[in-house]
Design a protein around this ligand. Sequence first.
Ligand SMILES: Cc1cc2c(cc1C)N(C[C@H](O)[C@H](O)[C@H](O)COP(=O)(O)O)c1[nH]c(=O)[nH]c(=O)c1N2
Length: 223
Amino acid sequence: MPDPSPCAPVSARVFSEAERQALYDVIAHRRDVRNEFLPDPIAPDVLRRILHAAHAAPSVGLSQPWRFLLIRDAARRAQVRAAFQRANDEAATQFGARQSAYGALKLEGIDKAPLNICVTCSRPEGPVLGATHNPKMLPYSTVCAVQNLWLAARAEGVGVGWVSIYHDTELRTILGLPEEVEIVAYLCLGYVDALFDRPELALRGWKEEASLDAVLMDEVWQD
Ligand SMILES: Cc1cc2c(cc1C)N(C[C@H](O)[C@H](O)[C@H](O)COP(=O)(O)O)c1[nH]c(=O)[nH]c(=O)c1N2
């Protein structure tokens, strides 16, 4: 008799070669999008699938600590854009001789993208399985949700750009976030019909990509 317990595993689905390749293709063709957003609103069913993918992410102790705050209002996005601009002007001064090269980079699509999403992390009351010694596991779990969102969006033809240049306090005020809620990601989303085929920062000569071999080590840390 098969075990009727809901705890029994079912046979693991085996993915075809084409399905595996599709996953690797989505990963390889995901890009950070700043300027290529089309103005069309994201269809509700598409957005729902993308958010379901985000919500299916692994999380420490099954805490699911994320919240997805959808921001469409142009006036609110303009406030966020202004907060970005203030922080970005400060950031530019930190790059010394590269300041003008930095200034030439476009590092957000807050206005252009029809949808912005602030992904936050809330700490549940009491101890969380797996996070008792490492509380950062809660925001790390939330980042897993962001990555699922980013990949699902790519598969749906929706571009995502991550913006992290703002003062936390300013963004919290604009979005009315309570003190205990942590901002993990501010994302810009919209359909795209053209994308760079390599990281834009590499193509523009800002930073070279490291090879996989350059980041692999055996057994113990190697300098
Ligand atoms: C946590 C975090 C924060 C940011 C980013 C990413 C991540 C993971 N990235 C995007 C980043 O520059 C980009 O991922 C890399 O340059 C690699 O390019 P692709 O994502 O492969 O296109 C990013 N890009 C940007 O233009 N403005 C930003 O503020 C940020 N912030």
